[in-house]
Design a protein around this ligand. Structure first.
Ligand code: IPE
Ligand code: IPE
Ligand code: MG
Length: 257
């Protein structure tokens, strides 16, 4: 599906989000509440990832994007970072076969050059293996930051497009094609678990018109019924994209549930 911009045109209203982006937050607090080490929350969080991927695929969501590790998460204690890296490797090794047979295409966005070569190889292999799958695109954001994304896109724009087209003819689409997730439509629904109401440097450009949903549920407890609550909430949004309600009614483009 081509990238459609919510600012260059008004997206067609659809009942179900085509793209859901999630900040999976609260793993550490989930574990601490149970007097477990923080990393036990990350292990449990993987089960919630598995359930979320399956639930979204079953609900015909075309794109699911999960924030797994931010460009600022390197600031955490080194033993927690090492644990997360090992977990990432084991999930990639264990889950790709099943994901492939379920028709899931995997993409990873973020600055992978900071990861060990082993992780980079696994990621590239998994992306290649699943490249032609059509059912759902699962994007994992790893060492991702919205500002990193904007900066790398600006760099490419300056290096390629400005050189080819000249500064005067550069527009929004010339820039957005260099963003890490240019292959996907903008997220319709953003979900953040764990109670915080912030973007934490996630998809800064792409969330221009995304509906923002926050829940206190910690990520390891987020299940299909919690997803359905978020989807019900989404259905009740009036997505105006700058227009007024009367315009939507007259065009009969309001989201109907
Ligand atoms: C999110 O849970 C997972 C990652 C950032 C990898 P946290 O680890 O941030 O959990 P809390 O917010 O400390 O509870
Ligand atoms: C955001 O969660 C990053 C991921 C879920 C991967 P954080 O827990 O790192 O965010 P802050 O630090 O509370 O903003
Ligand atoms: Mg957190």
């Amino acid at each position: 599906m081509a990238y459609t911009s919510s600012t260059m045109g008004v997206p067609v209203a659809v009942e179900m989000p085509r793209h859901i982006a999630v900040i999976m937050d609260g793993n550490g607090r989930w574990a601490t509440q149970r007097r477990l080490p923080r990393v036990a929350g990350h292990t449990k969080g993987v089960e919630a990832v598995r359930a979320m991927v399956e639930a979204c695929a079953r609900r015909n969501i075309s794109y699911l994007t999960l924030f797994a590790f931010s460009s600022e998460n390197w600031r955490r204690p080194t033993d927690e970072i090492s644990f997360l890296m090992r977990l990432f490797v084991s999930v990639l090794e264990r889950e790709i076969g099943k994901m492939h047979s379920n028709g899931i295409r995997l993409r990873v966005i973020g600055d992978l050059t900071k990861f060990e070569p082993r992780i980079q190889e696994l990621v590239r292999g998994a992306e290649a293996k699943t490249a032609n799958n059509q059912r759902m695109t699962l994007t994992i954001a790893a060492n991702y930051g919205g500002r990193w994304d904007l900066t790398q896109a600006a760099y490419k724009l300056a290096e390629q497009a400005v050189a080819e087209k000249g500064m005067q003819s550069i527009g929004e689409a010339d820039f957005s094609k260099y963003l890490a997730m240019a292959y996907a439509p903008e997220p319709d629904l953003f979900i953040r678990t764990g109670g915080e109401q912030r973007l934490s440097n996630f998809l800064l450009w792409q969330c221009a018109y995304t509906e923002l949903y926050f829940t206190d549920i910690f990520w390891p407890d987020f299940d299909a019924s919690a997803l359905d609550l978020a989807l019900d909430w989404y259905c009740q949004r009036e997505r105006r994209f700058g227009r007024i309600s009367a315009q939507l009614e007259s065009e009969e483009k309001q989201i109907s549930c």
